[in-house]
Each structure stands twice: as structure tokens, then as C-alpha cells.
Design a protein around this ligand. Structure first.
Ligand SMILES: Nc1ncnc2c1ncn2[C@@H]1O[C@H](COP(=O)(O)OP(=O)(O)OP(=O)(O)O)[C@@H](O)[C@H]1O
Length: 265
């Protein structure tokens, strides 16, 4: 049923990149994430799956403190990135988000040129000393996002003039331009057609050579194709977490089994 062979399945002994313990998220009185413990590996694609409203995006946003921007959101527990608490008062969320990049559901390029979209982060974080270095970062990022060949002759045209799939790859280039260590992707293909989806999925597979990638997806086929680890959420709980093969072929919890077989969700 699921194509479980496309992504390399042998998850070798990877370092733990993110370690969450006893994470709770409340929106006002609503308890949206309940006591979540999870260890996310480096150089691995981890998929978050589960029915609508189960908390996938909420938990994803905890990792780079995007929930800080929602006034009614309250977070408890601990999330360590390379052993350091991302909620420590000394952590600057802007710096954190350069290290933990994010790609959203709808491509959201800035109303700027293709070049300036990618150069934006490196400029504000002072990652280049001169124009030549900045050019290099822009080219490398666009190559990394498998977009360079399509845009190299029109770098100074607006990013918003690209197709949806190209815009999403531009957003991925923008995210990788600040040399992040983790890439969070919240349903990155939901606005894309099948061809653009397949290009972005291939890209995700390449990105894990350098990053820890966490992807929220509604498509179980996509989770099976791109991830090596899968976490199944249900009603705010992390019900089951394991290798993608195991989750899809031998789930241990009846709720996981019901979801992957289409009985809930
Ligand atoms: N900004 C917010 N304010 C109040 N409640 C919210 C907010 N964002 C999410 N919630 C609630 O928290 C719960 C989890 O939502 P979340 O968006 O994280 O789920 P999800 O699994 O990502 O859903 P979907 O698959 O539909 O995107 C839901 O009950 C939702 O209504």
C-alpha cells in the first residue's frame, strides 16, 4: 500500500538533535499538546502524522518557538537543541529561527526579487562580508533547493512571479540560506501539484544529508516515501513513534493502526 522503499530506510546511529520532554501546550484552557516526549535524530527525516487538530503543527512550532507569537499559547516542559534549552531566557528567538528554519504550507515569498528573498536572512544575520560572498550563498542555497537552473537568468525578477512549486522551493532556499541545522516543514506540499510535490519530496530526501528535517504531513504516502522516522499524534498525545517501516507495517497501538488503515482521521 505504501511505497516504503524509496527513502533509504537504514537509520544508522544518528545523533539526537532535538530532545523534548514533558511538553505541554495550552491555548487558553485548551490543552493542545499533552506530555510529549520525543527524541528527533540528526540527518534524518521525521514525519509527524495524525488526524486534523491532533497537535502536529502546534508541536512543530514549539521547536523554533513560533508559538511565542501566539499570545494565548503557553508552553511547559523542555525542548533541547543539541543539549541546550531553546526556552532558556538567554536564547534569542530570532537567532534560534535562523538555526531552526521553517517552511510553511503555502509558499510565502517576500515581495522582493528571487535574489533578495534568499539573501534576506544572510544579510540580517551578517553571514557574508561582501557581495561576492552573498552571491555565493544565494547560488548555493538555490542549488540546494533544486531551483538554480530554473532561475539563474532571472534572479532580479520578483519571487512572486514563479510557479507555486518554484515558490515553495524558493522558500526552502530562503530557509537553508541561513545555514540552519534543523528544517521544520508544515505540510510543505499541500498547495503543490503532483509534479512539484515529487520535486520537493526528492529535495527533502537530499536535505537530510545536511539537516534534521521534521515534516508535518496529511499524506501517509508522503510520510512513507520521505521519512525514516514517524510520530503519530492523536488528541494532543504522541501515541507512537518509531521507524517509518514499523509504524506503517507493524503499528503497536490500535489508534495508529486505525489511522493508517483509514479508520480514523
Ligand atoms: N492559534 C490557536 N489558538 C487557539 N487554538 C489553537 C490555535 N492553533 C491551534 N489550536 C488548537 O489546537 C489544537 C491542535 O491544532 P494544530 O493546528 O496543532 O493541529 P494539527 O494536527 O496540526 O491540525 P491540522 O492537521 O488540521 O493542521 C486544535 O484543537 C486547534 O484548534
Amino acid at each position: 500500500m505504501y511505497d516504503i522503499n524509496r527513502a533509504e530506510r537504514a537509520v544508522t546511529q544518528q545523533d539526537i538533535k532535538i530532545s523534548a520532554s514533558k511538553v505541554q501546550v495550552y491555548y487558553g484552557d485548551k490543552h493542545a499538546i499533552k506530555d510529549v516526549d520525543v527524541e528527533i535524530l540528526d540527518k534524518t527525516v521525521t514525519a509527524f502524522i495524525g488526524p486534523s487538530g491532533c497537535g502536529k503543527s502546534t508541536f512543530l512550532r514549539c521547536i523554533n518557538r513560533m508559538n511565542d507569537t501566539i499570545p494565548i499559547a503557553r508552553i511547559e516542559g523542555r525542548i533541547l537543541l543539541d543539549g541546550e534549552d531553546v526556552y532558556d531566557r538567554r536564547v534569542d528567538p530570532v537567532q534560534l529561527r535562523a538555526k531552526v528554519g521553517m517552511v510553511f504550507q503555502k509558499p510565502n515569498p517576500f515581495p522582493k526579487s528571487i535574489y533578495d528573498n534568499v539573501a534576506y536572512g544572510p544579510r540580517i544575520h551578517g553571514l557574508s562580508r561582501n557581495k561576492a560572498e552573498l552571491d555565493e550563498i544565494v547560488e548555493k542555497s538555490l542549488r540546494g533547493a533544486a531551483l538554480w537552473n530554473e532561475v539563474k537568468d532571472r534572479l532580479h525578477e520578483p519571487g512572486t512571479g514563479l510557479s507555486g512549486g518554484q515558490q515553495q522551493r524558493l522558500c526552502i532556499a530562503r530557509a537553508v540560506a541561513t545555514a540552519p541545522e534543523v528544517l521544520l516543514m508544515d505540510e510543505p506540499c499541500s498547495a503543490l501539484d503532483p509534479i512539484a510535490t515529487s520535486q520537493v519530496e526528492e529535495l527533502i530526501d537530499q536535505l537530510r544529508e545536511n539537516f534534521s528535517v521534521v515534516i508535518v504531513t496529511h499524506s501517509m504516502q508522503q510520510a512513507a516515501r520521505v521519512s525514516q522516522k514517524t510520530a503519530f499524534f492523536h488528541l494532543g498525545n504522541l501515541v507512537e513513534y518509531g521507524s517509518t517501516d514499523d509504524i506503517f507495517t507493524n503499528p503497536q497501538d490500535s489508534r495508529t493502526e486505525s489511522y493508517i488503515s483509514g479508520r480514523i482521521g
